[in-house]
Design a binder for this molecule. Structure first.
Ligand SMILES: Nc1ncnc2c1ncn2[C@@H]1O[C@H](COP(=O)(O)OP(=O)(O)OP(=O)(O)O)[C@@H](O)[C@H]1O
Ligand SMILES: [Mg+2]
Length: 230
């Protein structure tokens, strides 16, 4: 009887992993293989916020505010790694359904479905709205506008993103999100969307950003794991 239950659990977790859109490679990102390679407190903060979120998820998810997790920081600082570590932990250890959605490719793919009919788009939209935990990676990724300093998004993405975040905010649905940008999210996504994201992530916002001094001194790159040792 016990073995049967274990087997059913394994099958259920297998199904959850398969429907998460997280590839086998990224299912291997864990807190254990997130190394303290730099000794930088900012990397430690990303790890700590994400780790605590995963550990206390059952309590955090029911909070009125702060039921979500935001990770903002430099490229290569490990935002996606720790976001996947949370997602993998929730799926495997707690049997929670997570859906991965990349801000750039996800919306591209979604809008390309309009040719096949709007019912297809609505099906994707409802999937993003209703899933137990949504992981939105790379919010606002792209080439920055020279004057504004952050990428501009289309009206379609702007509106879709508002609808999605409004739904998840209104319905208290945990959302894990990452971005290279922080305050810029307000003008770029609009105050209505960005302020909901920040409110949802109150107390659970990990930051690994360069200081203005580091930016002026051209020290950019030192938070990037991909550039370590170069
Ligand atoms: N502390 C770390 N220990 C081990 N591997 C790391 C660490 N930080 C990052 N990596 C690895 O470096 C690569 C880049 O990290 P990741 O994709 O998480 O960065 P990111 O902050 O999401 O960057 P981007 O904004 O470009 O998407 C990944 O393969 C990740 O697993
Ligand atoms: Mg990333």
């Amino acid at each position: 009887m016990y073995e049967q239950c274990e087997c059913r659990d394994k099958k259920r977790i297998q199904k959850i992993l398969q429907s998460s859109n997280i590839t086998a490679d990224f299912q291997r990102k864990t807190f254990g293989n997130f190394l303290d390679w730099s000794g930088d407190q900012r990397h430690q903060e990303l790890h700590q916020k994400a780790y605590t979120y995963a550990k206390d998820f059952e309590e955090i998810r029911h909070r009125e505010e702060g039921h979500s997790l935001g990770l903002v920081g430099a490229s290569g600082s490990g935002k996606s790694h720790v976001a996947f570590a949370v997602a993998n932990n929730l799926m495997v250890k707690k049997g929670i359904r997570v859906l991965y959605f990349n801000f750039v490719n996800g919306f591209k793919e979604m809008f390309s479905r309009y040719d096949a009919g709007s019912a297809d788009v609505q099906r994707i939209r409802e999937g993003l709205q209703s899933v137990e935990v949504l992981l939105i990676d790379d919010i606002l990724k792209g080439k920055p506008d020279e004057k504004k300093g952050y990428p501009e998004i289309s009206k379609a993405v702007y509106d879709e993103m508002y609808g999605l975040i409004e739904y998840r905010h209104f319905n208290h649905k945990p959302t894990i999100w990452t971005s290279e940008y922080y305050y810029e999210l307000i003008p770029a996504l609009g105050e209505a969307t960005a302020s909901r994201l920040f409110e949802m992530s109150k107390g659970n916002l990990g930051k690994a950003l360069y200081t203005p001094e580091e930016m002026t001194a051209g020290e950019i790159g030192k938070l990037n794991y991909r550039l370590r040792g170069l």
